[in-house]
Design a binder for this molecule. Structure first.
Ligand SMILES: *Cc1c(COP(=O)(O)O)cnc(C)c1O
Length: 358
């Protein structure tokens, strides 16, 4: 495996300043002292791997990421464990998805063991930055950008892979009881597009729909399919699950327009262990409304690394609004969340080998 150089930090954050950040970490606004960088060129492949002080990066103004958005990213977390150690949740799954995204964006693959090692090194270097309070973690953000200075439209011939880390509190402040969502007229992903890749461009295109949801007084936006505008796909950055009174759990199938969430995949496994019938399939917005009204559908929740599991309480679209179940967090939603969070925090046995100790 590639060897990482260690660049000394001239002035790391003082213990007092760090403690002040960790007392109220928020999400995505505070960062640790270090970062990992690895460069790629056609001639040298991956080289110049290093971990050093976090700081601004120099880019040529013609760097292709700035013009054609050749960029991919990942998101995963390190959690405090009961014995005082630290652990990552399924980092090899993020490594595999990173390369699937890279392939779709015509970027070079990064060896999975190099991806995982880069995360381990950064968490180890910044281990004092992992908040211990309930629901808190160290959020890791690996990403890759095209750095070649060239304005033609073709895959770049130079890239940088970078990992930064950010202490995170609860994503939804005070673990909000249930979110209200707006059914967007915009679409997030089209068949044959980049919906299954974790690329920044998808998020750029979702900002207007998300802003519209907020303007209308909702928390999140839900996207329907691009072809028929009928089938439920996902939220801006989270996958969806529907819970039925007969003990069935349904999540939209991975058809190419849905991001294959690692939380989604983990919950498929945990739900089967709970004895639920789990289905991956299609579910229409009209059926959702009818089933919520008849009581056939009892819960809906969204899931993703940042917020883990978030109950959906209310759904509003052009054709009116409806409430899901009680409008608050459902029983199964809470049970599955507790199991998953328990595994991540080392309080529930990790029977699937999901946790990687640092
Ligand atoms: C990252 C992401 C998810 C959730 O994936 P996790 O691996 O569970 O964090 C869902 N949808 C989109 C669009 C995403 O970018």
């Amino acid at each position: 495996m590639i060897a990482f150089a260690r660049l000394p930090h001239p002035a790391p954050t003082t213990a007092d300043a760090r403690a002040a950040v960790l007392a109220n970490p928020g999400f995505g606004t505070n960062f640790t002292d270090h970062m990992v960088t690895i460069d790629w060129t056609e001639a040298a492949g991956w080289h110049n791997a290093r971990i050093g002080p976090r700081g601004p990066i120099a880019l040529d103004p013609a760097a292709s990421v700035l013009h054609y958005a050749q960029e991919i990213f990942e998101g995963l977390k390190a959690y405090q464990q009961p014995d005082g150690g630290l652990a990552l949740f399924r980092p090899e799954a993020n490594a595999a998805r990173f390369n699937a995204s890279a392939a779709r964006l015509a970027m070079p693959a990064l060896p999975e063991e190099t991806f995982v090692e880069s995360i381990r090194l950064l968490v180890d270097a910044d281990r004092d930055w992992v908040p211990a309070m309930d629901g808190a973690s160290l959020y890791l953000r690996p990403f890759m950008i095209a750095t070649e200075a060239f304005l033609g439209v073709r895959p770049a011939k130079a890239y940088s892979y970078i990992v930064i880390a950010s202490p995170a509190g609860n994503y939804f402040k005070s673990g909000a009881p249930a979110v209200s969502i707006w059914v967007s007229d915009y679409t997030r992903a089209a068949p044959g597009g980049t919906g299954a890749a974790k690329c920044g461009g998808n998020y750029a295109a979702s900002l207007v729909p998300q802003a519209e949801a907020i303007e209308r007084g909702h928390d999140q936006v839900v996207f329907l399919d691009a072809a028929e505008h009928k089938w439920i796909e996902e939220l801006g950055g989270m996958n969806l699950y529907f819970v039925f009174a007969d003990g069935t759990l349904l999540t939209p199938a991975l058809t190419g327009t849905i991001l294959p969430g690692i939380t989604r995949d983990s919950l498929l496994t945990l739900a089967r262990e709970e004895g639920l019938t789990v289905q991956e399939g299609r579910y229409s917005i009209d059926q959702w409304r009818d089933d919520a009204a008849s009581g056939k559908l009892v819960e809906t929740f969204a899931c993703g690394t940042a917020a883990v599991v978030t109950p959906v309480g209310k759904v509003t679209g052009r054709n009116g609004a409806f409430t899901v179940g009680t409008g608050g967090p459902g029983q199964l939603t809470q049970k599955l969340k507790a199991r998953l969070v328990g595994i991540q925090r080392g309080e529930v046995a990790d029977t699937h080998g999901w946790m990687t100790r640092i």
